[in-house]
Design a protein around this ligand. Structure first.
Ligand code: GUN
Length: 297
C-alpha cells in the first residue's frame, strides 16, 4: 500500500506548536510580526502571499503587507526593506520571489537584516546552513524534513536525489540532507537540467525530491519500487476548469504512485509545510530578537 502523505495534517500539527509559542511570546508582551512584500503581477505569487498572511492571522502573528508596482524602480523596494529592517514590530521579512527582471534578486536578499530573514536566503544565513549551524532553515526544505520525519522515513545512509538546483529549494534541501543529525546523513545527489541520465539517478534513489518546476517530468518508469517521493512542484497548466488551469506537480502522480512507498500529492503535500515553517521561523525570529525562550515544534 502506498502512503499518500497528508501535508495538511503535518502542517496543522506544526502550526499548533507554533501557535503555542506565539501565545508564550504574546504573554510576555511580544507579538511576533511578519512583513510580506510583493513586487509582482503574477497571480500565483499573489495567492501564495495571501495564504502566508492568512496563516499569520490564524495563529496570532501580526501580519504587515506591502505591495509595490512591478514597474517601480528597485530603489522603492530597497527603501521598503530598509523601513521594515528598522521597525521593531517586524521580526520577519519576506520578499516574495521572483521579483521583476530589473530588480537584482541578490541585492534584495542582501538588503534584508539577516536576523529578520525568515526565508533563510541572506548569504549569512545560507553560510550558516552550509556550515551546519543554521539560524533559519529555508521553509520548503525544512518542511520536507518534517514530512520525512513524520512519515517515518529514515534519511541516514539512504540515497537521496534532489531534482532541481534552485536557491529556494534544491540547494538548501541538499545541504540539509548532508548535515549530521536527524533528517540528514543522506548520500545526496543533486540533478539539474544538464544531468546526463536523470532516470538512472532517480531509479537508484531511496528518496526522490522533485523541485525542478517542470510539470510531471518524473513518472513511474523513472522510479524503483519502494521509493519515497516528495513533489515540490506547483505548476499551473492549461485545463478545461473554471479557472482555466489546474495544478500539477513535477511528478506524474498516478504512475509514480504505483512505485512509491510514500508520495506527496499536489496540492496538499509540501505546500502547507512551506507556510507552517514560515510561521515557525517568524516565531523563532521574535524569540531571538526579544530574548524570550520558546519551545519550537
Ligand atoms: N517564491 C517561491 N517560494 C518562495 C519562498 O519560499 N520564499 C519567497 N520569498 N519567495 C518564494
Amino acid at each position: 500500500m502506498t502512503t499518500i502523505i497528508d501535508g495538511n495534517e503535518i502542517g496543522d500539527q506544526i502550526t499548533d506548536g507554533v501557535a503555542a509559542c506565539t501565545d508564550t511570546l504574546i504573554s510576555e508582551d511580544v507579538t511576533p510580526g511578519l512583513a510580506t512584500v510583493l513586487m509582482s503581477d503574477d497571480g500565483a505569487s499573489e495567492t501564495y502571499v495571501s495564504m502566508k498572511q492568512q496563516a499569520c492571522e490564524e495563529i496570532g502573528i501580526e501580519g504587515f503587507h506591502h505591495e509595490i508596482n512591478a514597474d517601480e524602480p528597485a530603489e522603492t523596494l530597497f527603501s521598503t526593506i530598509d523601513e521594515l529592517n528598522g521597525d521593531p514590530a517586524v521580526h520577519g521579512i519576506l520578499v516574495q520571489m521572483p521579483v521583476p527582471d530589473h530588480v537584482n534578486k541578490r541585492d534584495v536578499l542582501e538588503r534584508i537584516d539577516p536576523m529578520k530573514d525568515v526565508d533563510g536566503f541572506h548569504p549569512e544565513n545560507v553560510g550558516r546552513l552550509v556550515a551546519g549551524n543554521a539560524r533559519y532553515k529555508p521553509c520548503t526544505p525544512h518542511g520536507i524534513q518534517k514530512i520525512l520525519a513524520e512519515t517515518g522515513v529514515e534519511t541516514e545512509g539512504k540515497d537521496a536525489v534532489v531534482v532541481g538546483r534552485s536557491d529556494i529549494v534544491g540547494k538548501p534541501m541538499a545541504n540539509l540532507l548532508i548535515q549530521y543529525g536527524t533528517g540528514g546523513n543522506a548520500t545526496t545527489t543533486v540533478c539539474h537540467s544538464r544531468t546526463a541520465d536523470l532516470a538512472e539517478k532517480t531509479r537508484n534513489a531511496d528518496i526522490v525530491i522533485a523541485a525542478a518546476g517542470v510539470p510531471e517530468m518524473i513518472d513511474g518508469s523513472m522510479l524503483s519500487e519502494g521509493t519515497t517521493v516528495v513533489d515540490v512542484g506547483i505548476n499551473r497548466v492549461d485545463a478545461d476548469t473554471e479557472k482555466g488551469y489546474e495544478l500539477v506537480g513535477d511528478v506524474e502522480f498516478e504512475s509514480a504512485k504505483t512505485k512509491a512507498d510514500a508520495i506527496t500529492p499536489v496540492p496538499g503535500g509540501v505546500g502547507p509545510l512551506t507556510i507552517a515553517m514560515l510561521m515557525y521561523n517568524t516565531a523563532k525570529a521574535a524569540s531571538l530578537q526579544s530574548g524570550i525562550d520558546i519551545t519550537l515544534p
